[in-house]
Ligand binder design. Sequence first.
Ligand code: GDD
Ligand code: MG
Length: 335
Amino acid sequence: MAVGILLVGGFGTRLMPLTKNSPKPMLTVAGLPVTEHQLAMAKRAGITTIVLATSYLSEVFTPYFGDGSRWGMKIMYAVETKPLGTGGAIRNAAKLLPTDQSVVVFNGDVLSSHNLSQQIKEHELNKADVTLHLTAVDDARPYGCVPTDSDGRVTAFLEKMENPITNTINAGCYVFKPSVIETIPLDEVISVERQVFPELVANHGKVFGFIDDSYWLDIGTPKALLKGSIDLVTGAADASALTPDLVHTRTGDSLIMKGAHVDPGAVIDKGSCISHGAVIADGAHISGSIIEAGASIGRDCAIVDSFVAAGAIIENSAQISAAFVTNSEIISIPQ
Ligand code: GDD
Ligand code: MG
């Protein structure tokens, strides 16, 4: 048995203006908040107790997730009045968890279909201090670069280096021995990537890599957010959060959630999703886009490769391409 911590306190700077009112993990991909997809992934691996480590816009999570019973989980909240960094956040959240079970920590902006049960199993068999999910990417520069030896032991942790020495990176899902978390000082700003992991490796801690190259994506940039949603809709990424009680129609090229109103004369394609309460009028064409809850798209609009935020209203015949649309602004997405 393992318990979980979801790190959901970052500012989501690269996704402004969408993250002005919504923390990054609460943005919609494939009809549901990113966090909800992650909870389904955690639950599949047997995790039913989880702490959301929140800071920025912490108040947005509680009304949506409550005590977790809707998902058959126990969800708790640890709120940092000022962001404590990833390490400080883990230490703060772990206060709410039992100390006799492995603790799985998730970055809150990652979609992953890796075999988490196996990661936990290997961690426990190895009696490791920490076991990091690692994956290969083309360009390792924006990530934590993590070389391993032939036994799978991590030999260095190099956060965001200019000339990466390997393309194997930290995929943002860690299994911790609880006693290792207790060594992190309380109420201090600490980074696991820049302090805890490099120090543990330098001090010969048992840090293992779990290499799994299944579907993986950090949705922290505008293009990645749209790609993640399309991948969930089309089935490239595991979408077990999309249970039949939530979905109206899913074709493999489009997803319409229950409670959305889509006129029969509208076309929804290229992996687009339409959330609960959104209204799509006759003649509209939604392509490769995310339409959040309660947004309204007028007649004969064309919305291409765009994110329309909750409650935004788009007038008849508007043509929008590669943009974020909120109820007050339209911002181009850098290509
Ligand atoms: N509670 C809390 N408090 N959460 C935080 C804080 C904080 O002070 N700072 C960041 N987080 C959360 C973010 O919300 C996000 O879910 C996660 O920690 C990682 O932060 P990002 O800002 O998304 O980091 P990154 O994408 O640049 O890099 C991280 O992820 C990569 C994989 O996607 C690092 O862990 C890299 O090593 C890794 O390769
Ligand atoms: Mg990230």
